[in-house]
Design a binder for this molecule. Structure first.
Ligand code: NAD
Length: 494
């Protein structure tokens, strides 16, 4: 099927990819007949359907990826030639950024302005950054004891299985696909059930950029079927996973049967600490955006605010004011900051947590908490909860919605203990004007990403990943390439 056929269906102002799988450089029907609705979370309306990929579909995709790895031109291209294809992909993504942003907004409910600036922009950056790094993949010579020459080679792994969540579909798929391809691997991608649209369109754009057939394949479908087959497939050489800690643990256990290595980008429950010497206006702004961004469906969301006692009342009042006034509404409307939750089940999950805040250990709601009735969409008001016990469910468990708990502390030591007091360790923020304190506390926080006097800013050059139950392995930066390469030592005797 041609690209023109691919955009035959339209929804509003955006062309939709055809409801097919992308295997070996072309649209393919699934071997099965089951389909899944793709729903616009801002209206609850079904916009299209995609195949529920089967075990056989995954097997076909993995076989195509294996052929492309072993005998296709990708395997024999120089790293710089591969880099050039990825750089062209970055350019094409930029040229099609508006369309990609609209698809992403339609699929997830995120405000279009953010989808343009953050999602489409970062996706293009993944390809330009890793396209640039491809040519710098190199081994080293080593000073061995005996006579001879020894050197290392950095080699691709083979077929990478990428499994991604619903909250940042394009960013979290291309943060795997771009470095995996730069390193010379081929990929089979299984996007989240509910948000497959940009994955399909990006596969088509990459083909246009010159990616040979079979190097990237996309199988939509259910985690327990298509995802599970990818994880257990004996011909997959690495699994790159982003998603919940529960599913990640199950995937790591399943992959262990074939000794398949895994990268795990998992859940979070990140602390955001405000010391009494902070610039409070900036800290309040960061605290609000740190938990409402992407409607709280944000792995690194600063969902636990820790405030020093002397400024607690002032900061809480500022946060309640900010959370109450943040514009919630139609993702396509100008000025919207918070859209709907990405799906009905996500909304209901958040409501279950908010209902626990009944004045007991899970605290009490002091702002938000209620659904917002708008166009049949899945909207909820940003919610602030105080008087929570450190070991309560609202403090310990990832809610994945716009819900902030606020706790008070007296000393630096207490703030660090509270911040580190959950099983998670993805990120943390701290606000202070004391330089020594900033570095001292940053060093003691058990998290893979620390922000000082800001919150939630990422950069493609900076490695990102979790400590503790937030996972292992890193995305972004040169460290991401290491996940997709293996090292061979060659010893040549004289
Ligand atoms: P999820 O774990 O439910 O699903 C993630 C993916 O795994 C989906 O594609 C799903 O289909 C697939 N899957 C489910 N069961 C599977 C199985 N048995 N075998 C193989 N694949 C399976 O996560 P979600 O609800 O889509 O996303 C939210 C979660 O993702 C949150 O916990 C969030 O913190 C986390 N997340 C982490 C990061 C990070 O960088 N650490 C970034 C974004 C989201």
């Amino acid at each position: 099927m041609s690209t023109t056929d691919a955009v035959a269906e339209t929804s509003g102002q955006v062309a939709l990819p055809p409801g097919k799988l992308w295997i070996e450089g072309a649209w393919r029907d699934s071997t099965g007949s089951e389909r899944r609705d793709v729903v616009d979370p801002a209206t609850g309306r079904v916009v299209t359907t995609v195949p529920e990929g089967t075990v056989e579909d995954v097997d076909l995709a993995v076989a195509a990826a294996r052929r492309a790895f072993e005998s296709g031109p990708w395997a024999t291209m120089s790293p710089r030639e591969r880099g050039a294809v990825l750089t062209r992909a970055a350019q094409l993504i930029q040229e099609n950024a508006e369309e990609l942003a609209r698809l992403e907004s339609l699929d997830t409910g995120k405000p279009l302005a953010f989808a343009r600036m953050i999602d489409a922009g970062t996706t293009a950056e993944h390809f330009s950054y890793f396209g640039g790094l491809a040519g710098a993949i190199e081994g080293a010579t080593r000073g061995i004891r005996g006579p001879g020459l020894a050197y290392t080679r950095r080699e691709p792994l083979g077929v990478v299985g990428a499994i991604t969540p619903f909250n940042f579909p394009m960013i979290l798929s291309t943060s795997k696909i771009a470095p995996a391809l730069a390193a010379g691997n081929t990929v089979v991608h299984k996007p989240a059930e509910d948000t497959p649209l940009t994955a399909l369109r990006i596969a088509e754009l990459l083909a246009e950029a010159g990616l040979p057939a079979g190097v990237l394949n996309v199988v939509t479908g259910h985690g327990a079927v298509a995802g599970d087959r990818l994880v257990r497939h004996p011909d997959v050489d690495r699994i790159a996973f982003t998603g919940s800690t529960k599913v990640g643990a199950a995937i790591a256990a399943a992959a262990a049967a074939n000794v398949t290595p895994v990268t795990m980008e998992l859940g979070g429950k990140s602390a955001n600490i405000v010391f009494e010497d902070a610039n409070l206006d900036e800290a309040i702004q960061a605290a609000v955006s740190g938990f409402v961004f992407n409607t709280g469906q944000f792995c690194m969301g600063g969902t636990r605010l820790l405030v020093q006692r002397s400024v607690y009342d002032q900061v809480l009042a500022g946060v309640i004011g900010g959370a109450t006034h943040v514009p919630v509404g139609d993702p396509l409307a100008e000025g919207t900051v918070v859209g709907p939750m990405a799906g009905q089940r996500h909304l209901e999950n958040v409501e279950r947590y908010v209902a626990l805040a009944d004045g007991g250990p899970n605290g009490k709601v002091v702002a938000g908490g209620q659904r917002i009735d708008l166009n049949g969409g899945f909207f909820i008001a940003p919610t602030v909860v105080t008087d929570v016990a450190p070991d309560s469910r609202l403090v310990q468990e990832e809610i994945f919605g716009p819900v902030l708990t606020v706790q008070v502390f007296d000393t630096e030591e207490e703030a660090i203990a509270l911040a580190n007091g959950t099983p998670y360790g993805l990120a943390a923020g701290l606000h202070t004007t004391d330089l020594g304190r900033a570095h001292r506390v940053a060093a003691q926080l058990e998290a893979g990403m620390i922000w000082v006097n800001t919150y939630g800013v990422l950069d493609v050059s900076l490695p990102f990943g979790g400590y503790k139950a937030s996972g292992y392995g890193r995305e972004n930066g040169p460290e991401a390439l290491d996940e997709y390469l293996q090292t061979k030592s060659v010893y040549v005797a004289f």
